[in-house]
Design a protein around this ligand. Sequence first.
Ligand SMILES: NC(=O)C1=CN([C@@H]2O[C@H](COP(=O)(O)OP(=O)(O)OC[C@H]3O[C@@H](n4cnc5c(N)ncnc54)[C@H](OP(=O)(O)O)[C@@H]3O)[C@@H](O)[C@H]2O)C=CC1
Ligand SMILES: CC(C)(CO)C(=O)C(=O)O
Length: 297
Amino acid sequence: MGHDEPREIAVLGAGGVGGLVGALLVRAGSDVTFVARGATAEALDRDGLHVRSAQLGDLDVAVRATTHLDSPVDVLLVAVKQTGLADALDLVAPEALADGVVVPLLNGVEHLDLLRARYGSARVLPAVIRVEATRVAPGEIVHGSPFVEIDLAPGDVAAEKVEAVRTLLAGAGITTTVRADEAALVWAKLSFLAPLALLTTRHRATVGEVRTAHRSELETLVAEVAAVAAASGAASDPAAALALYDRFPAGARSSMERDAEAGRPLEVDAIGGAVVRAAERHGVAAPLTARLVADLS
Ligand SMILES: NC(=O)C1=CN([C@@H]2O[C@H](COP(=O)(O)OP(=O)(O)OC[C@H]3O[C@@H](n4cnc5c(N)ncnc54)[C@H](OP(=O)(O)O)[C@@H]3O)[C@@H](O)[C@H]2O)C=CC1
Ligand SMILES: CC(C)(CO)C(=O)C(=O)O
């Protein structure tokens, strides 16, 4: 895949993140196929995809959906929750992916090993997304944050493929940055997210309530996760993580808290459990993180 070639894109997971990013790619002229389970695939084929966004304007696009990827693509965006990842990957056989690059947008750090074992590390491009996007019904997405940002780190992916993905996402209106260091990339997101996801879910609170009413717990968690990140080889900046919370509207909610509200499985293990396991591996104390993970598990 050179960065000036036409792009065939597949999106696995047509939820908040996959629906928003996929719709932006369609708007930019990419050929996008959603890989989804039966009911969602039918709804997308029949009714298209509708995004409501104060930042980007509303988007109503016709889309194609399939229940299995059956022809090669240049890029596969993975946007399922970690709790559904293993089952969802059955819909994309390594042979079907051919030479395509896998770009995972999940939160957490441990999914990269699973994807590399299945598709090979030269095809897995580490990424994180900062956005608030909610799937309110199949094909109906509400984008709440005043930004959509994706950071990439090359990992073992060839430089021209990394650049092709960066150009593709930037061309769709997504602020896209390539970072040098994979550990720094994933831990920067986790250092910000884990405290927020655990506290919003534990207290059933908004981002605004957590950064005010639960500020001291938030600061303790940020310090714990920053110490684990540092021990994991990622330079950490607790003040930068704290400052990031202020960029969200006060009423913003985390995807974990929305899942708790809806009675869906939680990504506690991928987001909090991963921090606790890394803390144990490196002999770093993270007592509040461990308590919240235990409370929510
Ligand atoms: N939402 C957000 O604002 C943010 C989310 N993230 C991360 O992005 C990832 C995706 O989150 P989000 O978009 O909120 O998730 P959603 O719950 O909105 O969507 C997940 C999608 O995955 C699909 N899915 C689940 N299991 C399977 C399966 N076995 N086979 C095929 N499809 C499946 C669901 O399908 P179905 O339609 O059939 O239910 C659904 O469409 C998570 O790791 C999350 O932490 C990161 C940043 C922000
Ligand atoms: C907190 C937020 C919205 C930031 O991107 C997020 O990643 C999530 O809720 O999963």
